[in-house]
Design a protein around this ligand. Sequence first.
Ligand code: FAD
Length: 395
Amino acid sequence: MNDTLPLNIAEALAQGLEFLRPLAGEDSFNPAVPAALLRAGLQRLPVPLKDGGLGGGLVDAMRVLAELGSVDGSAALGLAMHYQTLGAAMESESWPPALLNEVISAVCEQGALINLAATEARGGSPARGALPWVTARRQGSNWVINGEKRWTTWLPALRYAVVTARIVDSHPSVIEKKLRLGSFLLDLSLPGVERLPAFDGLGMRASASGILDLKDVCLDDDRLIAASVARVNDPRRASAQAWFGLCVSAVYLGVGEGARNALLPWAVERKPGDSRTTVAEIPSVRHRLGKLDAELRAARIVLFEVAQRWETITGENGREDCLSDVALAKLKVTEAAVFATDHAMRIAGGPGFSRGELERAFRDARAGLIHPPLEDVAYQEFAKKLIQAYRPPCV
Ligand SMILES: Cc1cc2nc3c(=O)[nH]c(=O)nc-3n(C[C@H](O)[C@H](O)[C@H](O)COP(=O)(O)OP(=O)(O)OC[C@H]3O[C@@H](n4cnc5c(N)ncnc54)[C@H](O)[C@@H]3O)c2cc1C
């Protein structure tokens, strides 16, 4: 798929893969991994060329993430979080320009990385409507942030986090509009910020999706990116959901495809039993391999079709309508990745079960099920739409 990338991005990807390969496959975070991708300049992908970036769009970002994901899921997930935060910020045009310009310069000139710190222990996924327990309180002309975020990917490597917080005490303009949810740009070098490891997951173990502990972190007034009534009127919503859902899906597609890549040479060369046939020649294995491949190819087609459509849609209504397809793509990709990694392991038997590429892909793919949109939520939404659209025939 690389040949469809613009040349500068294809070159950065080739470099990124070359630097990443010797480091890939670890089960704990290695700072050399984000450093390798930064060295290749991949963090600049979504920034326009005129601002020092690589000038890539959502589809380019996804192609890069799928390639990286096939080599190292955790590394790809870290970069996906950076892309989705930055890409949605630029696409939605909803950030104060000064904040966006600061981040863009830091990304391009200093190799800064950014991520969204939204999830909390008590609230679970913010995509399911939780109001944060992290608070933002006014103190003079500043905001004071307190609380704890969980699952912040690549936490040790980040320069910035977009932190969602419950506005508990605000200046009159915010109170009048009943705005209770704020997003703040946080420089993680500020006093009061602590990064705690605490990630002990089944998969994506090298993603350093840690705890961001915030104690009386004092922010200037202008670090507020946007305030809304608990997501209802957040102008960034559609872009944020699409960039998140599609970038993250590209990573898990890569994880599934990586398992297929790792399985193939083994199946073609291994001769079990009387050594007369290879594993790949056994009819039931061929059936399984073909099915695994079909699931992945179908998922890739759906994913990139939706992303390409997203890039050409203009206007908020069209984008809102497309979000249901973003959820569909995320669902199909995660199902395919879980299926493919499961069946790759069944085909490979003992070597697939032992610590290594297939075993890691099996675990990593399952993390895709946890990110929003959750499959149960998506199915309920599909059913709701279907029922709403149904008009009983007149009798
Ligand atoms: C590897 C990894 C990296 C991550 N990185 C980040 C990051 O960088 N930043 C960040 O903010 N977050 C991140 N997350 C968090 C992630 O995206 C989810 O938001 C989070 O894991 C959800 O937490 P929870 O399962 O406790 O959610 P909850 O919302 O508490 O859901 C728990 C369970 O309740 C059920 N449930 C909840 N709501 C519904 C519903 N409406 N309908 C049906 N069932 C429902 C489901 O069974 C669900 O699994 C990451 C997660 C993983 C696995």
